[in-house]
Design a protein around this ligand. Structure first.
Ligand SMILES: [Zn+2]
Length: 406
């Protein structure tokens, strides 16, 4: 099987390279915004949307034209890649996977991708990488890059530059080990497994949160745009990035453990986007857990669940296992012992007591058991229906939903 993997390192660009990186990232942002503005203008005039090839032709004109001659200083491929990104953003929008593409702001998305491996040289022995128009850049070599380099993305975060090296390599088809498990995602417990183990909530990094609140209060007392205000602002950004890192690290550890120990993982097919939209509900029908699902907390949960699933999906594919997403129907209200479905089965948030047979268990564990059952049903249905033969070794999630409502 082919394994794609990204290896990320901190770059150590010299002064001139830092200036170039900022300029190149700025050029990419400029091209993205200009192309997006053009799309909007043409749409307003009832003209057909330009395709990627048409945009590339325009890009050449912009580079050689009198208005933006500085575009010619930036490397060509990353600029073209930006146009590809815009095309994908449009495709995602039309497929209802994402919002309409937005203009990029300075300082928000400083990045550029070199898509052509022929132009990239990686010298791991000397901890350096060669990129067009930048030359050799040193990086903090923390681990070996495995496989053939496919492309490279350079990005900025909190005043530092990072390089992400995407590689491809051939591995033997792994044989999955371990049994099947169901997972219930929640607010009080981030994830509960059907075997009873559970993981702490994602917003449990309280120490960071307290520091963040204090820094935000300090910033609000400063004169806006003063140097003190700017200092506080960069401190807040650092705390944000530290929280993000801690959370990512936690998610990685969790998904690695789960995917290593199980051949089949079943999760609820949560429509994250829909859920966050309906969190507040209406006045007649107020939403549940509104406080937990709104504001910063909500975005943490959304990101966490989406990222958790994404990581599980590819890590299980690496280990030869399966991820099965099942529709979230009555998973928290069905008794695993007798099958009775009732809202009264759950007298409290954390407790499940069956009104028919008296079965008692933690509510999240009950949810996870039901998710596992639904997953088993779907798996059997898919294999017997030969929608996707298991020999292919691909992970399946959400597929065959219409054929098989578990
Ligand atoms: Zn029961």
């Amino acid at each position: 099987m082919q394994r794609l993997q990204a290896f990320k390192y901190e770059l150590m660009p010299i002064g001139e390279q830092q200036r170039q990186l900022r300029r190149f990232a700025g050029a990419c942002r400029f091209v993205f915004n200009k192309a997006l503005a053009l799309h909007k203008e043409r749409y307003g005039q009832g003209e057909k949307k330009l395709g990627y090839a048409g945009l590339c032709k325009l890009l050449t004109e912009w580079r050689n034209g009198p208005e933006t001659p500085w575009l010619a200083d930036a490397p060509t491929h990353p600029l073209q890649q930006t146009l590809k990104d815009l095309e994908r953003a449009y495709a995602n929008f039309f497929a209802k996977r994402a919002e309409f593409p937005r203009f990029k702001k300075k300082g928000q998305s400083e990045s550029l991708r070199y898509p052509d491996p022929k132009q990239i040289k990686l010298d791991q022995g000397n901890s350096r990488i060669f990129l067009p128009k930048l030359g050799w850049l040193r990086y903090r070599n923390s681990r070996e890059v495995l496989g053939k380099v496919k492309n490279v993305t350079v990005s900025a975060s909190c005043g530092k530059w990072f390089v992400s090296i995407q590689t491809e390599r051939e591995l033997e088809q792994p044989i999955p080990s371990g049994g099947a498990v169901g997972i219930d995602m929640g607010v009080a417990r981030f994830a509960t497994l059907s075997d009873g183990t559970f993981y702490a909530p994602l917003n449990s990094f309280k120490r960071h949160q307290d520091r963040l609140r204090k820094a935000q209060q300090a910033m609000s007392r400063k004169v806006k745009f003063s140097s003190n205000w700017k200092n506080e602002k960069s401190r807040i950004q650092k705390i944000h990035s530290r929280i993000g890192n801690a959370r990512r690290d936690y998610l990685h550890k969790t998904t690695t453990t789960i995917s290593k120990n199980h051949a089949m993982v079943c999760i609820e097919d949560l429509q994250v986007r829909n859920m966050s939209r309906s969190a507040a509900g209406s006045t007649e029908k107020p939403g549940r857990n509104v406080r937990a699902k709104s504001g910063l907390n909500k975005s943490i949960l959304d990101q966490g669940w989406f990222e958790f699933r994404r990581q599980l999906e590819y890590k299980l594919a690496w280990s030869g296992g399966w991820l099965i997403a099942v529709p979230a129907q009555n998973t928290s209200r069905t008794c695993p012992a007798c099958g009775c479905v009732s809202a009264h089965n759950r007298p409290m948030q954390a407790k499940f007591i069956c009104v028919q047979c008296g079965f008692e268990e933690h509510a999240d564990v009950v949810g996870a058991i039901n998710v596992l059952r639904a997953g088993h049903a779907r798996f059997a249905c898919e294999v017997s229906g030969a929608i996707m033969p298991p020999a292919a070794g691909t992970h399946r999630s959400g597929s065959g939903a219409a054929q098989c409502r578990a």
